[in-house]
Design a protein around this ligand. Structure first.
Ligand code: PGA
Length: 243
């Protein structure tokens, strides 16, 4: 695991974008796993700039997002489908038919999650997966648990996640209680994983996940076992890490 400490959110975003750009340039038909949340927004802004400057070409790129709320229509501005169009896909030369976000409106969870996992495999697997980290150590919506979940599945969101995400909704009652998410196994199968984390609020979980014990109680800790992980932090999120 390589941990890169940057000075600021802007530098974290530029560094993460440059790693993704390197992947796209070296393999123009890469399969890129994408993440939502506030952390990667700056990374997407940098990727849009690189695309507008013709430094990277998305035309042959395929994407798979980590997760989606269950039961939230795609035109809801809090859906991750909407987020991805708004923050990245609408601004780059990507073929939207190659972009994939789990469909939270398909009620049959096993069907949708099985199809999603199969689509990732059919695309040849993920070359580079971008992830943020939740305050409770979740990646995607893999919440703390007694075991590492393997494949794409339906999860009940924990109270802490609902609490963390209520800032995006009119009230806490509007936050969906379930989501479809890639499993830890799905994420671990990516050839490379890039983690982004910023802010003081992430310092403790960054330390626990990447320098603490490997346990499903801290789902991101599984990444310590992955052979090709780059964690890109700002100074605040890296504050408790030992050299
Ligand atoms: P955040 O969410 O980027 O909004 O902090 C991260 C996550 O929950 O994965």
């Amino acid at each position: 695991m390589i941990i890169i400490k940057t000075d600021s959110y802007e530098d974290m975003s530029k560094k993460a974008a440059s790693i993704i750009a390197e992947q796209i340039i070296s393999k123009p038909n890469s399969v890129i796993g994408l993440a939502t949340g506030s952390t990667p927004i700056g990374t997407y802004e940098e990727l849009v700039k690189l695309n507008k400057a013709s430094e990277i070409d998305f035309s042959d790129i395929t994407t798979f997002n980590l997760d989606e709320y269950r039961g939230l229509p795609r035109d809801n501005d809090q859906s991750y489908y909407y987020f991805m169009n708004d923050n990245l896909f609408d601004h780059v030369n990507i073929d939207k038919s190659r972009t994939h976000v789990p469909n939270g409106m398909i009620e049959d969870a096993d069907l949708e999650c099985g199809n999603y996992e199969a689509a990732i495999k059919a695309a040849g697997g993920v070359d580079l997966q971008l992830v943020g980290i939740g305050h409770n150590g979740h990646i995607g919506f893999n919440e703390p648990s007694d075991e590492f979940d393997k494949v794409t599945h339906c999860v009940d969101l924990t109270e802490s996640t609902i609490e963390a995400n209520k800032r995006f909704f009119a009230s806490i009652d509007d936050v969906p209680r379930q989501a479809y998410t890639m499993g830890i196994g799905t994420i671990m199968a990516a050839k490379k994983v890039v983690v982004v984390a910023n802010g003081t609020g992430k310092a403790e979980i960054v330390k626990a996940a990447f320098q603490g014990p490997i346990t499903p109680k801290v789902p991101a800790s599984a990444l310590q076992l992955h052979q090709n992980v780059i964690v890109v932090c700002d100074a605040e999120a890296a504050a408790l890490l030992e050299d």
